[in-house]
Design a protein around this ligand. Structure first.
Ligand SMILES: [Zn+2]
Length: 303
């Protein structure tokens, strides 16, 4: 909170300074600014990568062979192809543009691989081990829908469908519970570690006092690995095709995520406190569509 306030103030001061510096004849902003910083757009250009994704806290630069993830805050780290390389150092945000130290380009460059395949590689068959965790169960019903159905039932039904689709694609799936029982949260996370799973996906459905709140959210822990974040984005992107409203990827330290030693995401598939979402989530045909989307996102991540 403090840091954010500080950044906002710095950004505001810089924005004012920038306005003050601009002569009326200036039509394009200078790329290189004071303190040897460059915009992330310029950084991407220097590295020959495109900006593939970004939000308030991170930016992803990518080409066919490389993924560079940069957390755009002053103590943020950067990753090249999933490996943490270093800290970002100076970061300034001016009028929506993020400026980072120009030395970042030189730090990142040696870690970039060259692609030996054409720019658009053939899709490889997905392989891997995925743990699907139907949330709640047994004595714990989870949220109770406006329609009366229990969250644990919805979670379990969708989990079974996701598992079936993934298995048909040759992916090994482990479910954290069989039937209406309640394994402890740590035990669920432990299954992923024991199986050395490529991904752990916990399935839930939301509830809120406001009955108009609706849509799905994909969560990762606040300390989530680059892999977890990539999986969350792949799943959220696929789920957006179902017609459910997308609340995007968010960070929350859910126990099943923070105790997880493998890449892990938690999907809130919709709001059971919202009539439209609840009716969809308990409808078998919609569950098929939803499960297909979640499975597609998981397969994207595995490829
Ligand atoms: Zn839940």
């Amino acid at each position: 909170m403090k840091t954010r306030t500080k950044i906002t103030i710095v950004a505001a001061i810089l924005a004012l300074a920038a306005v003050g510096c601009q002569g009326p004849q200036t039509t394009t902003p200078a790329v290189v600014t004071r303190d040897h910083t460059i915009s992330v757009e310029e950084l991407a250009r220097q590295l020959g990568l495109r900006i593939d994704d970004r939000d308030e806290t991170f930016v992803v630069l990518r080409d066919a062979a490389n993924t560079v993830l940069i957390f755009t805050h002053s103590d943020g780290r950067f990753f090249v192809n999933g490996t943490p390389i270093g800290t970002v150092g100076t970061v300034r945000k001016v009028s929506g543009t993020v400026y980072v130290s120009e030395s970042l380009a030189a730090q990142i460059k040696p870690h970039l691989g060259t692609s030996v395949t054409p720019a658009r590689p053939q899709p490889r068959p997905a392989r891997g081990i995925v743990v699907i965790d139907p949330g709640h169960g047994g004595h714990d019903p989870g949220a109770i829908a406006v329609t009366g159905i229990h969250e644990k039932i919805v979670n379990y039904d969708v989990a079974q469908k996701v598992a079936a689709i993934l298995r048909r694609r040759g992916i090994e799936v482990v479910l954290t519970r069989q039937g209406d029982v309640f394994p402890e949260l740590e035990a669920r996370a432990e299954i992923a570690a024991r199986r050395n799973a490529d991904l752990f996906v916990s399935l839930h459905a939301d509830s809120a006092p406001n009955p108009s709140a609706q849509g799905f959210t994909v969560y990762v822990a606040k300390t989530a690995s680059a892999d977890s974040q990539r999986a969350a984005r792949d799943i959220a992107r696929a789920m957006a095709t179902t017609g459910l409203e997308s609340r995007g990827v968010r960070q929350e330290n859910y126990r099943v995520l923070v105790t997880n030693r493998r890449p892990a995401v938690l999907v809130e598939m919709g709001y059971l406190s919202n009539r439209q979402d609840a009716l969809r989530l308990q409808d078998s045909a919609f569950q098929d569509k939803l499960a297909a989307a979640i499975a597609a996102g998981i397969i994207d991540y595995l490829q």
